[in-house]
Design a binder for this molecule. Structure first.
Ligand SMILES: C[S@@+](CC[C@H](N)C(=O)[O-])C[C@H]1O[C@@H](n2cnc3c(N)ncnc32)[C@H](O)[C@@H]1O
Ligand code: SF4
Length: 499
């Protein structure tokens, strides 16, 4: 049951006061955290470590022989097409509305991309088969995979099943969009992919506010988004809805309106991102005097976040982290942690997709690699169809990066230091001092706190205050080497920083 808007806002305001906001913000800012619309190392959340903008050019041939896929890996397949190009989105996508909906050249481009994707899937499928690696989850993302025809999707899913040893019961998730789901035949397409083993659907509505949608160039109004949710709910039990806080024209009242819609729709899983814009129209608007005031300021973002957390709880949702909510714990995505942790194996196939993989045990000072495919879609296709491995950048995960990763991705749900991490700290006293000082500063600012995990082991986690700045806090734990690499790249992100 929804509370009254006045009660919910009063409650959120008093919770911020309980955390010492606004007075505590000075200490939080001094510790290096503030709400920002800047991308964090190239991404809108700290989803992968080391972050994509810190990766360096590399020769793929040597690396391919040095990796060890182990017993189990997750598979990500990138479909680089969307029927709209949203003003906030920095993903590697090309405009494509589906076969025969554009020019013959568009159809040809899509066919060549799918041919390259298939070829890359076959290449890695053979390697994983040789190492006896099973696939524990599949994510067909983008972009908007559901923009493809039913036959193309069937062919893609068959290729995955033929080339990989996908565990029975593995989660297979596909991404769509309100436009693809409500298009003629959209529901049939959902039923068809479900019959072929897709277990989960994920798509973004971003907002149910027509003004926010208009400036986001999503190509629909809220009534269509609501229809998409209803179709998704009829076909899939497990489906995720993405929203973004802080888009152009976004506000705490817009957050409230979105909460009211969620109360009606009740998706199984909700991911509520914070808008980060990179070199895209909304990033430029943010820097324009005439448009800047139509973005939330820091206090409005904090109020909106608190409102969202408290109201989602009162609607009966469980909060998984600062951005994710589930109607029941059975909808928690068990593979999310695997896909975002470089200490597990992820194979990314398609333009701009990344992999993380262990190195062969014989290698010293390299636990593994984060590797990324060519970002330019045309260049990716040309490279694969010419018989090349399309990896162009990467980074070695050495002890320093492993320690940094344990904070940057571990603190989101709580970090407990194991023997391995402890000995890395002992062997690298300078690094140990660096992280101890950071932890002390953030704890003093109230952003981190000690906790006991389920086994009674002492760990470190984000406090409620720290969680208000979740991704910004995690990004502070990027290693000194990664921070140096990022500092070397001129990024619109830095201009976007509030503080
Ligand atoms: C790769 S998109 C795929 C979903 C699908 N194409 C759609 O838009 O419905 C995954 C999600 O990333 C989020 N996203 C994309 N760009 C973002 C940005 N700049 N800031 C925050 N979230 C963003 C959106 O919520 C989007 O739904
Ligand atoms: S948000 Fe989704 S539909 Fe929009 S450009 Fe990005 S991937 Fe495509």
């Amino acid at each position: 049951m929804m509370r009254s808007q006045q009660t919910a806002f009063d409650d959120a305001n008093s919770s911020l006061r309980r955390l010492g906001i606004p007075a505590a913000l000075a200490a939080v800012h001094a510790a290096g955290i503030s709400i920002s619309h800047a991308v964090l190392g190239g991404s809108h959340s700290v989803a992968i470590y080391p972050p994509v903008d810190s990766l360096m050019p590399l020769d793929p041939c040597g690396v391919v022989e040095a990796v060890d896929w182990g017993r189990e890996a997750s598979l990500y397949v990138h479909i680089a097409f969307c029927e709209t190009r949203c003003t906030f989105c920095h993903y590697a996508v090309d405009h494509y509305a589906g076969r025969t909906k554009g020019s013959a050249a568009d159809d040809d481009r899509a066919a060549r991309y799918l041919a390259a994707l298939k070829r890359e899937l076959v290449l890695w499928g053979g390697r994983l088969a040789r190492s006896g690696t099973v696939v524990s989850s599949v994510y067909i993302g983008g972009g908007t995979p559901l923009v493809l025809e039913e036959a193309a999707l069937r062919d893609l899913i068959c290729t995955i099943r033929d080339e990989y040893d996908v565990l029975s019961g593995a989660e297979v998730c596909i991404e769509g969009s309100p436009l693809t789901i409500t298009a003629p035949g959209g529901e049939d397409k959902l039923r068809s992919v479900k019959e072929q083993g897709v277990t989960r659907l994920s798509f973004g509505v971003q907002s149910f506010d027509d003004s926010v949608l208009k400036y986001a160039a999503r190509g629909y109004k809220s009534d269509l988004a609501i229809r998409a949710c209803s179709i998704a709910d009829q076909v899939f039990d497990n489906w995720n809805l993405d929203l973004i806080q802080g888009l152009y024209k976004g506000s705490p009242s817009e957050v409230w309106h979105n909460l009211a819609m969620l109360n009606e729709i009740r998706p199984a899983h909700i991911t509520w991102y914070h808008g980060r814009f990179a070199d895209r129209p909304q990033g430029h608007w943010y820097n324009m005097e005439s448009k800047h005031a139509s973005f939330e300021d820091e206090f409005a973002t904090l109020l909106g976040r608190m409102l969202m957390w408290q109201e989602m709880a009162s609607l009966g949702y469980h909060q998984v982290d600062g951005n994710r909510f589930v109607r029941s714990r059975r909808y928690i995505d068990p593979f999310k942690k695997i896909r975002t942790s470089a200490s597990s194996q992820l194979l990314g196939v398609g333009a701009a997709s990344y992999s993380h993989v262990a190195s062969r045990p014989a290698k010293r000072n390299s636990r593994g690699y984060v590797l990324r495919n060519e970002r330019n879609i045309g260049a990716y296709v040309d490279s694969v169809l010419a018989g090349n491995i399309p990896i162009t950048t990467g980074r070695i995960i050495d002890d320093e990066e492993l320690l940094a990763m344990s904070y940057a991705t571990g603190l989101r749900t709580g970090r407990v230091e194991d023997e391995d991490l402890r000995s890395i700290g002992i062997e690298n006293p300078q690094l140990r001092r660096h992280y101890d000082a950071l932890v002390k500063e953030l704890s003093n600012a109230g952003a981190l706190e000690a906790y006991l995990d389920n086994d009674g082991k002492a760990g470190l986690q984000l406090s409620e205050l720290g969680r208000l700045f979740e991704d910004e806090t995690l990004a502070l734990f990027f290693s000194p080497a990664v921070k140096n690499a990022l500092a070397g790249k001129a990024s619109i992100g830095r201009e976007l920083h509030y503080a």
